[in-house]
Design a protein. Structure first.
Length: 287
């Protein structure tokens, strides 16, 4: 099932996608977090007369998760070719190849919709970069989750573009929170695809800038599987329903090109993955 959070008129609603339409749930059903917490079975209890079918192109797609109890959880360096492409290009902040997943967080205010503009401002950064990623949405509470049980805790998957400000990453001690948290600079969506419809062994992830393919990878190339990520992250730390975890980007980022090629005003970025739809966002000056 493809679930979505949308804005119709001045109201935010959730629903499921049916070809070119979206079936909107009554407002009383709450948001996507409520649906995840209550379970998909609650959809069967909604009378058909309370459902509203509207064309998908008549609504604005928002990030599937809109209500957060914590920061967005993220994984760095989860494709070894991405780690290697940055060697010698991290402005002196070099590290050894990690033996365990690298985790960080970003502020929820960084999220924006699947087709929304990315507000570009050179006063904030001179080094805007793209990172196409797949994100996991947690469906069950769990702590110290065994790797062989981790898939049971996944509610679904969505796409993200972890637009990063490389100079801010370096400015603040090499940690990534600030350089990953600029307002409305992380497109997410377009849908939240339930786990039963996703085979992670068969997904191809791609990123295009102005039609030029910059990133292309199979999810089987991940350094750490999604099950390993969940197990490692939850070790001694409780994960909750609706927590979002980005799973890392493959090689092909602008910083690693020769010469480096950062985003500029007017660029269009498309991130797509098998069965998960696509993000299409334009970089537009906020001045």
């Amino acid at each position: 099932m493809k679930l979505a959070t949308v804005k119709t008129g001045s109201t935010e609603r959730i629903g499921w996608v049916d070809e070119a339409d979206i079936i909107l749930l009554p407002e009383a059903c709450g948001d996507m977090v409520s649906l995840i917490q209550n379970g998909l079975d609650t959809l069967d209890t909604i009378p058909a007369t309370q459902l509203e079918r509207v064309p998908l192109d008549s609504v604005t797609l928002l990030p599937p998760i809109r209500r957060f109890g914590r920061d967005v959880l993220c994984t760095g360096w989860n494709y070894w070719d991405h780690f290697e492409e940055g060697v010698g290009k991290r402005d002196g902040q070099e590290v050894e190849r990690p033996e365990a997943p690298t985790f960080f967080t970003k502020a929820p205010n960084a999220l924006t919709g699947a087709h929304c503009s990315i507000p570009f401002d050179l006063k904030i950064s001179n080094k805007w970069d793209y990172e196409g990623e797949i994100a996991i949405v947690i469906g069950r509470e769990g702590c110290s989750i065994p790797e062989d049980e981790a898939s049971d805790y996944i509610f679904g998957y969505t796409l993200a573009n972890d637009v990063s400000q490389r100079d801010l990453q370096r400015r603040h001690g090499g940690q990534w929170l600030k350089g990953k948290s600029i307002d409305k600079c992380t497109p997410m969506g377009p849908y939240l695809v339930t786990a039963d419809e996703v085979d992670m062994s068969k997904i191809t992830l791609e990123t295009f800038v102005n039609g030029d393919r910059r990133q292309h990878a199979k999810t089987t190339q991940m350094a750490f599987t999604v099950e390993q990520l969940i197990s490692e992250l939850s070790f001694g730390m409780t994960l909750y329903p609706s927590d979002v975890l980005l799973t890392g980007t493959p090689s092909g980022i602008g910083m690693a090109r020769t010469p480096a090629e950062f985003l500029k005003d007017g660029d269009e970025i498309v991130v797509r993955a098998t069965g998960l739809g696509e993000l299409k966002n334009k970089v537009e000056s906020s001045i």
